[in-house]
Design a protein around this ligand. Structure first.
Ligand code: FES
Length: 169
């Protein structure tokens, strides 16, 4: 009886190894994709800086002593979750070329105040508090100046950091 020996060409061996590798890699590819999706769901995708700074836009065209309300997205850490949150600030460029960013909430009870160009002051519609362009109280019942965000400017981009509570007046 004659015995037949099957030999395989190098090309066939290469193809078989590739297919086997692909079969073994497929579950890892699926698992990695699922893990990335779950991670994004649980921890969110951060739009802000890891140190808590958020890009609040271009300030190259800010006019002196004319406040502008800006919107931005900041990352908020809540326990083990990081969430993106929309926020606002009133931004003003003063005579010394310093940029200040105020929290948009009145320090009395947290209403949203507005800039009144005619009065050159921030006025709160809820109980009538008035603040000047430096955030100081001109009229109560608010008992302390407007809170400010930490500010830094890089290449004409305004970056807002943590909110700093101002002391009582
Ligand atoms: Fe602004 Fe009361 S909340 S004056």
């Amino acid at each position: 009886m004659q015995r037949t020996v099957l030999t395989e060409t190098p090309a066939k061996t290469k193809r078989r190894n590739f297919i086997i590798s692909a079969i073994y890699a497929f579950p890892f590819l699926i698992g990695g994709t699922l893990a990335a999706s779950v991670g994004t769901y649980l921890f969110g995708k951060s739009n802000g800086d890891p140190d808590g700074w958020a890009d609040a836009g271009d300030v190259g065209d800010l006019q002196k002593n004319v406040p502008r309300q800006v919107s931005f997205v900041r990352s908020v850490v809540d326990g083990w979750q990081v969430q993106n949150e929309k926020a606002n600030a009133w931004v003003i460029l003063d005579d010394r070329q310093q940029v200040t960013a105020f929290s948009p909430l009145c320090t009395h009870l947290g209403c949203a105040y507005q800039w009144q160009t005619a009065k050159k002051a921030f006025t709160c519609p809820c109980h009538g508090s008035v603040f000047n362009s430096r955030g100081d109280v001109l009229a109560g019942p608010a008992g302390r100046p407007l809170d400010r965000y930490q500010v830094k400017i890089e290449s004409n981009r305004l970056w807002l950091g943590p909110l700093q509570t101002q002391k009582d007046t």
